[in-house]
Design a protein around this ligand. Structure first.
Ligand SMILES: [Fe+2]
Length: 238
């Protein structure tokens, strides 16, 4: 079974369209999204409409939960005070501009999706099996990975949240961070689509990186009234 994963889209409709076309051309059986549909770029409603129109199932991210339930904070991590202020502005902007339809969609998203393929249990979630705002970076020790695998009760775990893609194998467990469609943080500005092909003998992972019109989205960020710093970061892939 070949599937495509669209991680953290964050209001970037231009990246989503390109990512979707790339996934579609891979002849995948199913496309999933990993939540965090708004924030940082202005097209939260367009992203939700696109996912509904193309029947793309997915899970709820911390950002979706916070926007849909009108929470005080998005549950995001900040490296410094400037980032904290920008994240707050972006969060407030998204809460204000997300339509009731978008909020209803985000509110109804499941925490995770589980299924089996060739006797392997697959689990898809936003960040970790129990918390959707914990940062699971690649350099976590093996004990953390295995603890998460026990919590997920799965062989193959697919998630995002850090916006940096990776795959790691420990024994018969496979951990795949699908990266981010709309806000990559690995200094590669291109959108990221994760293809996972599960065969009876193998699990193959491919991270497709495809260019899209980053400048167009950066301009839209500035025109929308979101902090211009977000446009700068998008242009730097961070
Ligand atoms: Fe995110």
């Amino acid at each position: 079974m070949k599937i495509a994963i669209l991680g953290d889209i964050h209001g970037n409709i231009e990246a989503l369209k390109v990512a979707y076309n790339a996934a579609f051309s891979q002849k995948v059986e199913k496309i999933y999204h990993l939540g965090d549909l708004g924030g940082y770029a202005p097209f939260v409603n367009e992203v939700v409409d696109f996912l509904i129109e193309h029947r793309i199932e997915g899970v709820q991210g911390n950002y979706d939960d916070a926007v849909a339930n009108d929470k005080e904070h998005c549950g995001c991590k900040y490296e410094d005070q400037i980032q904290a202020e920008i994240a707050t502005l972006s969060f407030e902007w998204t809460k204000k501009h997300a339509t009731e339809k978008s909020k209803k969609y985000m509110k109804a998203l499941p925490f995770d999706i589980a299924f089996s393929v060739h006797d392997r249990k697959v689990k898809i979630f936003h960040a970790t099996p129990l918390k959707n705002n914990l940062y699971w970076h690649e350099d976590r020790d093996d004990d953390f990975y295995l603890h998460m695998a026990r919590k997920a009760e799965a062989n193959i775990m697919i998630y995002g949240h850090t916006h940096i893609p990776y795959r790691k194998n420990i024994g018969d467990k496979i951990f795949i961070n699908a990266g981010s469609v709309g806000k990559p943080k690995d200094r590669d500005t291109r959108t990221c689509v994760c293809i996972v092909d599960i065969t009876p003998d193998n699990v193959n992972t491919e991270f497709l990186r495809i260019p899209y019109d980053v400048e167009k989205v950066a301009s839209a960020i500035i025109e929308s009234g979101l902090p211009s710093h977000l446009a700068d970061r998008l242009m730097m892939g961070k």
